[in-house]
Every structure is written in structure tokens, then in C-alpha cells.
Design a protein around this ligand. Sequence first.
Ligand SMILES: [Zn+2]
Length: 405
Amino acid sequence: MLKLYNTLSQQKEEFKSLDPSGKVARIYVCGVTPYDTSHMGHALVAALFDVLHRYLEHTGYEVMHVQNLTDIDDDIIKKARKENQPYEELGRRWDALYRDGLRAINCLPFDNYVPASSVIDPIQKMIASLVEKDAAYKASDGNVYFRASSFADYGKLSHLDMAQMLEKARAGAEDSLADFPGNPAKESDLDFILWQAAQPDEPYWDSPWGNGRPGWHIECSAISTQSLGQQFEVHGGGADLIFPHHSSEIAQSETYSGKSPVVGYWMHVAMLYLGGEKMSKSLGNLILINDALKRNSADALRIYLLGHEHYRTPLHFTQEGVDQAEKHADLFRKALAQEAAFGEADVKPYVERFYAAMDDDLDIPAAVGVMLELAKAVIENEVDFRGQEHLRYMSNLLGLPLAQD
Ligand SMILES: [Zn+2]
């Protein structure tokens, strides 16, 4: 029985479909803003939810896996201006690179991959409903804001107190004055933007509130509601999205639909560090997926990213770690390539321990440990041909093609 750690309850909970059929597992993962993407941190998040997708299918669920693409926001407009090119072109280029990277590390395609710019109507419909419900208002600066005080327990997902939420909101709003807690146009410090009025020379769509573009949080509420329904099973992303992004999504979606919870299981992947600092475009300490694949196989990258630390533990990226994972991949390849084994030991204990680890909130490091033991048992002819069959199946669950050279 699969248990997943839910950020909201801070507990491991038994996975159940919210759908009456009991058979559907809907996964929404926050995607990227395509202007500097496709580094190891993105690979880690994508690979983790790819394994969840594979594992839920293995368990018998019909999986729907959706991701958004933030192809319009402050960052991409700024970067496009700096590089003196249309933001659409910049976005297309980086999005292609990002998706090439995901394919290269063997992620299954999404069932739906939705650019924000393609859902302006649903976004406006949602904002209009929030305004109608008095949960949102147009302010003197021309922007429309969500009234955080209208939603009981706003921020409950984060388990932060008011001072901590304000601190995070302040840090996150560095580049966006509208969301800054001290913005005098807002009724209250935690109110966040839904519709941002266009400045001169900025791209815009017309709306009942004037020309502008959608905020980031409302984009994800609109896309998840449209693609997966008003309630769905899993919402994932990096741990840095818990507040304000995901906290704001809960407030918007649940106010809009009147249904709670919008999400059954909130799953967050811990941050990836390089040289003691979070790997991020702002710090510039990035290892791009393409570059990593020049040195190591996709198998090694996945084994390292998912198998070195549990996904809720921060990962301090080292090349030695990836090289060690390459040795593990080689061992798996060797075990799968050799003549059928003929040993007499039972494979069942390996199989049981592998699935127990996966069921325990996707404990992939423990699962990989069992696979290494099984691979050795195959190579040393301790188990029969079933050892190889199970090893192949387990590798597929972790998305390891283990192709022979
Ligand atoms: Zn999102």
C-alpha cells in the first residue's frame, strides 16, 4: 500500500484516489518559466514525478500527468528585453531545451502541457468569479489582487506564522513590487496579484480590469482546474513553492469551486545545492542537463538525483556522486546482459523489500539499495532468471533504460 508524505498534514498518508471510480490518479506539477531552464534542479523534480507516474500506473491507476509552462511573466519579459528579442521567441527556445532535457533523461511525456498564454480566458473567468465573491478587488494601481483575509487559514500549507509568511513574501517579491507586502495599493500585506496591469511596451491581453497579464498563482489554479478538475490527487513542485505559490493556489481554487481539499496530497521536492548554495539561475551555479549528459548516462543521473538522498532531503550535488551512480548503472547493465542465472536462492525477499521501500513515500535510495543487492545476486548466480526479470521491471519503474553500449 503506497503512502505519500503530505506537506499539508505533515504525515505519511495512504494514497487513495479522490475520484468515485477509485482508479484515477491525477498529478499536477508546477513547470518552468522558459528563459534559463533545464538544469539539475529541474531534472530532479521532473524525474521524481515521473517515477510517481510510473509507480501509480504499476499500482493500477489510470494516471493523468499535467504540467504548466509560465510563458508570460515579469522575468521572461525582463530577460527578453535584455536580450533584445521577442519574449515568445525566447520562451520557445528555452522551452524546447527544457523538454529535450526531460526526454533525454527518459521522462514520460505529460498528458497535458499547458502554456499560460493559451488559457487567458479560463484565467479571466476564475478572476471574475473571485471578484464576484468578494475574494478579490481591483486596486488603485490598476492591478487585481486576491484578498488573503477572505480565505480562512491562508498559508496553512506552509505551517509558517504571520511574520514568517511576510518575510517570505518580501523575499519572493524582490522583482515584483505589486506582490511586495508594503505595496500601499493593497488592502493588506499578504494580498497577492491575480491580474497585472500592463506597463507601456509590455505584452498584454484585454480584460474587464484593463489591459494586462495574469499573475503566476492564478495560472496554476486555472490550468489544474481545467485539466484535472476541481479536486485532484497530487500536486507537486519544489519545496520553494510551498509559500506563497501553493498556499495561494489553495486559496484561489477552493474559493472558486467551494470544494475542499482541492488537492489530496501535496508533495514537495527538497532543494538541490551546488557548492553550498541552492542551484538557481539567480546565483548562476547551474549544471545544465545537456552538459551533464556529455559526461554521464541518463541512468546515472536518475540514479544519483533520486537515489542519493530521499526526495524530501536536500541534495548536495557532487560529480563524484554521479560517477558512483554510473558504476551502479554499469552493475545493473552487467546483471541484465549476462546469460540467464541459474541459482536457487529465492528472489522474493528482494522483491518484497523493493516494493516496501517504494510504498514508503517513494524511498528510492532504499529501493536502489535492494536493486544493487539483487544485481549482485544475479551476477553471482545466486538467483535464477527471475532475478533478471524483476531487476528489469524495477529499472523501468525508476525510468532507467539501462541500454547496452
Ligand atoms: Zn504552479
